[in-house]
Design a protein around this ligand. Sequence first.
Ligand SMILES: [Zn+2]
Ligand SMILES: [Zn+2]
Length: 375
Amino acid sequence: MKPAPFRMNVVSEEKNDPENDRARHAENFPLPARTPKRDNPGISPSKWRVGLHTSIAGSLDQAAERAQRLGCTAFQIFSTSPRMWKQREPSADEIASLRSFRQKYDLNPLVIHANYLLNLASSDPELRRRSVEAFRGEVLRAAALGAEYLVLHPGSYRGASAGQGVRTLAASIREAVQEAPLDGVTLLVENTCGQGNILGGNFAELRDILGLLEGISVRCCVDTAHCFAAGMDVASEEGLESMLESLDATVGLGRVPVIHTNDSRSPLGSHRDRHEHIGKGGIGREGFRRIVNHPALRDKVFILETPLEAEGDDRRNMKTIRTLREEKLRIAVPRLLKKNSRITQPVRMTGRVCVSELQTSAAKAALKSQHLRHD
Ligand SMILES: [Zn+2]
Ligand SMILES: [Zn+2]
């Protein structure tokens, strides 16, 4: 995955001694660590929650300002450098300023993407230990920042089996959150392109991971570019329906609050993770039009991790995705609902669709999540 390039200047006045990590966290997070209270409880359903992965160059609170200037209503950041083991801890001022800025501009939710170096599924004990330690830091920072979600990649099981990888990952997550309370943060395990020994290339693996984490607040994040590269043709109407059916039958659509909304620079089924500007890759404009307007996805949080290669790329991608979003549900009834259901034609174009005798759980879940009513 390649969101906006990371450009933070890491402040390194502190010696990074892993032994002192816990103590340093305690020092640096003066906000009550065990208060699960969110500054912005509840997300207004009337507003479309869409945003960008935003650079934290300078400070974390500046990322929120950037997001707001770019027209985001939600956003994603790294809470430290995503490609270094050394972690930078945000200052109390930075945290307070981020929280008040989010509250003022109703920037919800805040999604944090974990460090790329982590491999919580690793069969190498040393790499796993470092990963658990670093992930603990991710959880503590996410909680201190008041983030709603913390996205992590499931990791690679090289040297073991996929099943073993799933168990190792679940054990690592349990270990990390034992000493780092989630305090209102929900973990999101992200699907991947399924390259080599990387977990998460199919939804059944994600379901299995969640299955081993009962009692922990954990759900999934689905990346459209990863779906496409993993071989799910979400560019076509049929492919999107089939992806949603498969997702609902495994993880369950209700357990996917966030969609990473990226076009794919790599071909269908290539198992290569290369993000593209919205509309310019394999999924294309029409593909995204269907994705952002699909009744089963309409109230999800859409986060773009599109490339930032030229000045204004972020603004252009935000503009494109907003252009594709229909104000109200105009499309009659999508095939996901049609297929196994007897559905009447919509009679009013008020953003609600009238549906009768829904028979599939997917359809029910989709409707429930969309607050569509049986009239
Ligand atoms: Zn990711
Ligand atoms: Zn990716």
